[in-house]
Each structure stands twice: as structure tokens, then as C-alpha cells.
Design a protein around this ligand. Structure first.
Ligand code: NAD
Length: 337
């Protein structure tokens, strides 16, 4: 089987997970990753045997100070050797990098921090076919991905009239000592928060409105969702639908899973790499129905839920296979359902 050659630019929270996921695919080859500044993450990549390419402006021998014997060249070399780049740089850097990819005729996948006009907004189970053959794709943010997964399942089965979600957002990623709040709840002082409009970049027909509050935790985002449906449903119908929806996992009070802390402990107990939980987790006991309104609460592991989408986006961009096959392959390789 020919393997598509993938480069990863930006090796942080998302980039290191994308690189590891690419290594698990039988139809992809990881050409390498970029280093922007040497640190423990790059040392770990080197230990795994991943090729490292230096960003512009880095001194030629910097790697030697970190016990790394050699680098494979500069970012330009990585782009030349790759058929597709997954750009996992911080917000707005991807749009600056886009001209490198355009100039060299290389396809690219960007992340949710970029503006919607950078490429086709993408969630695998919603609009894979929109991205087939696309040169530039934007895997939407972790929150938008999570909302799209459950809302698209509901819309396909029960016809959503409108939806409202309150997002309770983690303040920072677990490694991040720079961001907060550490002792406050911070409402987003504009409505809607950007997440609702972002969902519509994937599902344009959906009436969805979001508000958001940042809270002092690093352990996942939580969404409280209220949906007006076109038909009457029961709690069990909704629970069964979510059980059957790919990349959505039901979690249960009866199993002792009452919090995001316990979800992530469960992920570690399952032996998940880095303790990741790429599936959106819906608590069964939070599903409630009142007249035509459905309520539920879901948790999003911000560091990992977009990783399967990045892998599927590579297959869509390169026209490797269809949606069903890609989702199955990605799920199997990452051990998710
Ligand atoms: P990060 O800060 O953890 O990692 C970014 C990496 O890019 C770092 O290794 C940094 O050294 C490198 N970098 C910085 N400037 C660079 C440049 N000019 N060229 C090349 N590399 C550079 O960031 P992240 O959390 O992985 O976020 C990356 C993207 O993914 C953003 O668009 C973000 O919005 C999105 N995203 C983040 C999360 C999350 O929770 N962390 C979830 C979903 C999507």
C-alpha cells in the first residue's frame, strides 16, 4: 500500500498527539515534526525516533545542547518531503504559515484556533465528503467538535428545531503553568460565544446558540445542552442513540463516574495513551426530557477529541477512502469506539 507522507508543524499539545496517531496508521508515513524551541517534548520525540526539522531562526547546533545528535533539516525540507502538513501551531500562526504550503503545492490541515476562511471546517461524522480532495481543511476546535458529534446525531434522528449550550471551559491544559483563572469563574462577556457560529461552519442549517464560562480546572470542558426537537423522544431513545454514535461514549453514575476527574481516571485505567479520552462523554443520568426539550451534559477532553478528526481529514484531503472506511480505520488504530 502506498503511504501518504505527513509532516507535522508545531509539536505541542495537539501536534504530539497527531504525530503519534499518524505513526499508528497503515496508510500514512510520518516524515517528521518541527522544533520551535527545544524542550522535554522534543527530547521525547527524539527518543521515539521521530525526525526533527528546525524552524527558521534556530541556531544550527542548538540540538546538541539537548542531547539530540542531529536534525533532518529545516521546516522547508519537511514541507518539500511531505504530501500533506498538519499545522498544529498556536492560534493565528497557521494562517501565517499557509503561504508556505500554497507556494510549495502541499495540502494542509489546520486547527480550530484558525479563522474559518482558512479551509473547509471539518468534523468527520458530519461533513467528511465536503473535504474530499480539499487543499486546506480546518479541524474545528475541541468544543465545536464535541457539540457537532452529539447535535448531528440528534438532528439526523429527531430533527432539531434549535439548540442552546452553556460551555463550562477548562482554564488551561494540564501542563500549562501560564494561564488561568486559578480562583475565579469568568463568563465570556459576549453572546453568543464563538462556538455556536463555529458549529454552523460545519452544520450551516442548525439553529444553535452558545454561552461560555471559564473555570479553574485543567480536566476537560463540560457542556450543558438544551435542544428543542421536532418529535417527542424518551430518555432511553436518546441514550441508545448516543450509545450507537461513533466517538460518543455514555458514562454512568452507577459506575462511579460523577466528574471529569473520574472520566480521565477511567481513561488511564483503560490504558489509553497519555490518559486520553477522545470520545465525547455523555452522562446517562443527565439526559432529561420535558415536553419537546431534551437536556444532557457532556464532557470534552480538549487535548484529544480532535485527534481522530485530524487523521480522517488527511484521508479526506488525499482522497484515500470514504468517510465510513476512514472513521473505522482511525477508531481501530486509536482503540476508540
Ligand atoms: P501548544 O502551545 O501546546 O503547541 C503549539 C506548538 O507550536 C508548540 O510546540 C510551539 O513551540 C510551536 N510553535 C509556536 N510558534 C510556532 C511557529 N511560528 N512555527 C512552528 N511552530 C511553532 O498549542 P496547542 O494547544 O497544541 O494548539 C494548537 C492548535 O490547536 C491551536 O489552533 C489551538 O486552538 C488548537 N486546539 C487546541 C486544543 C487544546 O486544548 N490544547 C484543543 C483543540 C484545538
Amino acid at each position: 500500500m502506498t503511504k501518504v507522507k505527513v509532516g507535522v508543524v508545531g509539536y505541542g499539545t495537539i501536534g504530539k498527539r497527531v504525530a503519534d496517531a499518524v505513526l499508528l496508521q497503515d496508510d500514512m508515513e510520518l516524515v517528521g515534526i518541527t522544533v520551535n524551541s527545544y524542550n522535554y517534548k522534543i527530547k521525547a520525540a527524539n527518543k521515539k525516533g521521530i525526525n526533527i526539522f528546525a524552524m527558521r531562526g534556530m541556531r544550527d547546533k542548538d540540538h546538541l545542547n539537548y542531547g539530540i545528535d542531529s536534525v533532518c533539516g529545516h521546516v522547508e525540507d519537511l514541507i518539500e518531503q511531505s504530501e500533506i502538513i498538519v499545522d498544529c501551531t498556536p492560534k493565528n500562526i497557521g494562517s501565517e504559515n499557509k503561504c508556505w504550503y500554497e507556494k510549495r503545492g502541499v495540502k494542509a490541515i489546520f486547527q480550530g484556533g484558525e479563522k474559518e476562511d482558512i479551509g473547509v471546517s471539518f468534523v468527520s461524522q458530519c461533513n467528511y465528503s465536503d473535504a474530499c480532495g480539499a487543499d486546506f481543511i480546518r479541524v474545528v476546535s475541541c468544543n465545536t467538535t464535541g457539540l457537532c458529534r452529539t447535535l448531528s446525531a440528534l438532528d439526523n434522528s429527531f430533527d432539531i428545531h434549535q439548540a442552546h449550550a452553556t460551555l463550562i471551559r477548562r482554564a488551561a491544559d494540564p501542563w500549562d503553568i501560564y494561564h488561568g483563572p486559578i480562583n475565579a469563574l469568568v463568563p465570556h462577556l459576549a453572546v453568543p460565544s464563538h462556538h455556536g457560529p463555529d458549529v454552523r461552519t460545519v452544520m450551516p442549517h442548525l439553529e444553535v446558540f452558545t454561552t461560555s464560562v471559564s473555570v479553574p480546572t485543567t480536566l476537560m470542558h463540560v457542556h450543558s445542552v438544551v435542544v428543542d426537537l421536532g418529535v417527542n423522544v424518551t430518555v432511553d431513545q436518546v441514550a441508545n442513540l448516543f450509545k450507537d454514535t461513533t466517538r460518543v461514549r455514555m458514562v454512568y453514575n452507577s459506575d462511579g463516574i460523577r466528574s471529569t476527574a473520574e472520566i480521565l481516571e477511567y481513561a488511564k485505567d483503560l490504558g489509553r495513551d497519555r490518559g486520553d479520552m477522545p470520545e465525547v462523554c455523555v452522562w446517562k443520568e443527565t439526559i432529561g426530557v420535558w415536553k419537546n426539550k431534551l437536556m444532557y451534559v457532556q464532557a470534552i477532553h480538549q487535548e484529544s477529541d480532535v485527534i481522530p478528526e485530524n487523521i480522517d481529514a488527511i484521508r479526506a484531503a488525499c482522497n484515500i477512502c470514504d468517510q465510513t472506511e476512514s472513521i473505522l480505520k482511525t477508531n481501530k488504530s486509536l482503540g476508540i469506539s
